[in-house]
Design a protein around this ligand. Structure first.
Ligand SMILES: Cc1cc2nc3c(=O)[nH]c(=O)nc-3n(C[C@H](O)[C@H](O)[C@H](O)COP(=O)(O)O)c2cc1C
Length: 370
């Protein structure tokens, strides 16, 4: 039987205590300047105490010009460091690996959150009015990602994850639809991926040898192609630069949108083709996220080829999912929707609840007050 509570080793850094990672979850609880708030600290620290082997922050902005959400966590200024340090300390004390997700929203930055500026992306984008970045701007954003990783390390986190999914900046660069650049950062798949590899090189030459670095990818939709993302997943592992891959599938067991994967699950299409060892012979774990709710879902994901799981919505509902399951193999999480009081008791502040109502309303029971 799959042992979800065996330690999860990464090529670098400390092992996680188990196969449960808290998925990156935007919660809009940070202060307007991006400083971590007490509420956001509490929500994450509780997940560490609840037994998650690794706890990832929400998408944290690497540049003031790449903010994507009101109340988004920032890691683009040294002023963010003291509060990040306090969080890293508490996560470590709880026994969890602490990770920061590094994010630039790209064309999805609302103008009002970036000082009224026009959002930027790899190429002009008619739907959002975003404009193409100059080559110098691309180089500057690469430096921003590297500086943010260094800040995460200075704050005491074990590592970072590059947010390369969901149509945000890095994902848009990977896309043949959204990236029609003619400089070194556009064109062939290799050139579209270049921004990611340059960030990884920069982090490796700036941060210490034990610093954990992962990459989150979408495999389909958001302008990316399944066949290309599979090639990239393998190239990342083969580069020897990454310590884990996080596949954001939204629904692990559904069929891929692209015909190539018909009859198989999205999870299966990727995991069976990827060779997991890097050139140094170190195993690079591959994690999956998407509608893993019950322990049986989690076991199925591991049995189908994932090395670890990232829990999102169900971890909002249960801060101690891993601890409960370890104590009782028959434990089952509650089903959605759940009343607001349930979330409040799980360390989800009223601000986070309000965001869930706006964006993920089906999680919360309707009330007469609505
Ligand atoms: C409220 C909420 C906020 C999210 N914020 C982020 C985020 O900041 N970065 C990210 O990569 N994905 C984000 N996601 C996606 C989750 O990380 C996860 O991949 C997705 O919810 C699927 O997992 P689940 O079915 O366990 O919720 C978010 C999802 C939810 C529900």
């Amino acid at each position: 039987m799959t042992d979800l509570f065996a330690p999860l080793e990464f090529p670098r850094g400390p092992a996680a205590a188990n196969a449960f990672m808290l998925a990156p979850l935007t919660n809009c609880q940070s202060h307007p300047d991006g400083t971590l708030s007490d509420e956001e600290h509490r929500w994450l620290a509780m997940r560490g105490e609840g037994g998650f082997g690794a706890v990832m922050t929400c998408a944290a902005s690497v540049s003031a010009g790449g903010v994507g959400f009101p109340g988004q966590l920032g890691i683009h200024a040294d002023d963010h460091l003291p509060r990040l340090r306090a969080l890293a300390d508490d996560l470590r004390a709880s026994g969890a690996i602490g990770l920061v997700q590094l994010h630039h929203a790209g064309v999805r930055s609302p103008s009002e959150l970036i000082g009224g500026a026009t959002p930027v992306g790899p190429s002009d984008h008619a739907d959002t009015g975003a404009r193409a970045m100059t080559t110098a701007e691309v180089e500057s954003v690469i430096a921003d990602f590297v500086a943010a990783a260094r800040r995460a390390e200075q704050a005491g986190f074990d590592g970072v994850e590059l947010h390369g999914a969901h149509g945000y900046l890095l994902c848009a660069f990977l896309s043949p639809e959204l990236n029609v650049r003619t400089d070194a950062y556009g064109g062939s798949l290799e050139r579209r991926c270049r921004i990611v590899f340059e960030i990884l090189d920069g982090i490796r030459s700036t941060c210490g040898p034990d610093f954990v670095v992962g990459v989150r990818l979408s495999l389909e939709r958001f302008g990316v192609r399944l066949d290309e993302m599979r090639i990239l997943t393998q190239a990342l592992i083969d580069s020897g630069q990454v310590d884990f891959i996080d596949l954001s599938l939204w629904d692990c067991f559904k069929e891929p949108v692209e015909a190539e994967g018909t009859g198989r699950s999205l999870l299966d299409v990727t995991t069976d083709l990827v060779r997991r060892h890097d050139p140094q012979g170190r195993r690079v774990p591959v994690g999956v996220a998407g509608k893993l709710h019950t322990p049986d879902d989690v076991r199925r994901a591991i049995d189908d080829g994932a090395d670890f799981v990232l829990l999102g919505r169900v971890a909002i509902a249960h801060h101690d999912y891993p601890n409960r399951l370890r104590a009782d193999a028959d434990w089952r999480p509650a089903s959605f929707p759940l009343p607001e009081e349930h979330y409040l008791a799980e360390g989800v502040s009223p601000t986070f609840v309000a965001y869930l109502r706006r964006s993920f309303g089906r999680l919360i029971t309707d009330t007469a007050a609505e």
